[in-house]
Design a protein around this ligand. Structure first.
Ligand code: UDX
Length: 449
């Protein structure tokens, strides 16, 4: 099928490239000429494992191309995916201007009946507004919501192996077009869930809010674990082993970040307040997330109290590993808070250095690798669980440092190895481990019998 994808940002690029890999003829459209030119030259403006290679493959196979010419691309396509940005609005909720503008341009360009697929994350009720807008077109334009559930870092795998493909359609025609597009995945047995537009939109928000809630929940419990001498990693197993609960998204740490959870939870809170529904639980998710990173920084400052010009090696800036994305990253907030408290912060991240430099300027120091971030540090603060940090040699790290403190904001380091190297290990919701001790090494399952 001929498909146009409006917006060559993260969602548009991943979705368009994967649709081409499913065998469709895809054209990616963007207003940013420089971005389109670099994509045409095979340069991918975002970091996502496997994406560059896949874009090169699909363009070489002539299934994927890029343009700024929206009208021609729309006219040549039966289905137009809209994957433009929906940034947070200053007054709360989402700014949907780019979405409605894109739909307006599709209406103007459409020379025959077509299907518009809303891929951007939009608050419940938006699909109906787009449908009303599309109803003013001279040709029939179906409007379908098809929310994405991609995680950065594993987006291609998630697209090709979806837990569910959600169709929020007003009509059978809309569903028919989407079914045809996803047929290769349907043939492989992946689930289609067909529902109304508002239900599709709320499914996406509900899923993200639920996941964010689990993280805030375990983080709040981790505070209690510290206070009563429990170990949050054992507690996580104790809770998550119940099949009704499960262990996923119950990892305590410095809280969630990224382009989805913070924005989506805030938008839900805003929408509920607008509709005069009190968001008792949802407002708590945000608050707990904010407190978690503040609490973590207070712990660091307490340990370093009295140290003149404390030097911090900040390991990680991205909101999670395998991405250069620093949007709402707890690591960035931690860098800010530590710098504001008078610490000298030397940071290293395998991918997010350039983005961070643009945001934080010279308020922190940018190191080109782990050793240069760590040399002379009083404390290592791990804020993103990149594997390069997890696999460090701790005696070597200890030899470089001037202090002995290691703060693990993601509970991902082997405490025994850190303390055996003569370092003091602090994690989230776990008792600190002094140098030379192997206390709370690993969480194990004891098999009776
Ligand atoms: C999320 C959803 O998972 C995805 O389905 C949706 O489409 C977009 O939002 P993403 O933002 O890429 O994806 O990241 P995700 O892997 O979900 O992690 C979000 C944040 O939560 C990260 O900062 C991560 O470090 C944190 N996290 C995750 C925890 O703190 N604990 C956990 O147990 C899991």
């Amino acid at each position: 099928m001929n498909i146009a994808v409006v917006g060559c940002g993260y969602v548009g690029l991943v979705s368009g490239t994967c649709l081409a890999a499913l065998g469709h003829q895809v054209v990616g459209i963007d207003v940013d000429q420089a971005r389109v030119q670099s994509l045409q030259a095979g340069k991918v403006p975002i970091y996502e494992p496997g994406l560059s290679e896949m874009i090169l493959q699909q363009t070489a196979a002539h299934r994927l191309s890029f343009t700024t010419d929206m009208a021609t691309a729309v006219q040549n396509s039966q289905v137009i995916f809209v994957a433009v940005g929906t940034p947070p609005a200053p007054e709360g909720g989402y700014n949907l201007t780019m979405l409605f503008d894109a739909v307006e341009q599709i209406i103007k360009a459409a020379n025959e009946p077509k299907t518009i697929v809303i891929k951007s994350t939009v608050p419940p009720g938006t699909g109906e507004k787009v449908a009303a807008q599309a109803a003013t077109a001279p040709h029939r334009l179906e409007v379908v919501n098809n929310p994405e559930f991609l995680r950065e870092g594993t987006a291609i795998h998630d697209f090709m192996n979806p837990d569910r493909i959600v169709f929020g359609a007003g009509t059978a025609e809309g569903i028919g077009a989407l079914r045809e597009i996803y047929q290769p995945l349907i043939d492989r047995g992946f689930n289609i869930l067909s529902m109304s537009r508002a239900s599709a939109e709320l499914s996406k928000f509900g899923a993200n809010a639920m996941l964010a809630m689990r993280i805030s929940f375990i983080n709040e419990i981790s505070r209690l674990a510290s206070a009563v001498g429990a170990d949050i990693e054992s507690v996580r197993m104790g809770i998550g082993s119940d099949p009704r609960i499960g262990p996923a998204f119950l990892k305590a740490g410095i809280g969630y970040g990224g382009s989805c959870f913070p924005k989506d939870v805030a938008a839900l809170v805003h929408q509920m307040q607008t509709l005069k529904i009190e968001p008792h639980l949802l407002s708590g998710i945000e608050q707990a997330n904010r407190h978690q990173r503040e609490h973590f920084v207070q712990g660091i400052l307490r340990v370093l109290e009295g140290r003149k010009d404390p030097q911090i090696a900040l390991w990680g800036l991205a909101f999670k590993p395998d991405t250069d994305d620093i949007r709402e990253s707890p690591a960035i907030e931690i860098a800010r808070m530590l710098a504001a408290a008078g610490c000298i912060v030397r940071a290293f991240d395998p991918e997010a250095m350039a983005n961070t430099r643009r945001l934080l300027g010279d308020t922190i120091i940018y190191a080109p690798d782990v050793p240069q971030a760590t040399a002379g540090a009083d404390a290592v603060v791990l804020a993103t669980d990149w594997s390069v940090f997890i696999t460090q040699n701790w005696p070597t790290i200890k030899a470089m440092m001037r202090g002995v403190h290691v703060f693990d904001g993601r509970n991902c380091l082997a405490s025994g190895k850190v303390s055996a190297a003569g370092l003091h290990y602090y994690a989230v919701g776990r008792t600190p481990v002094p140098p030379g001790s192997t206390r709370h090494g690993s969480v194990g399952v004891v098999v009776a019998g």
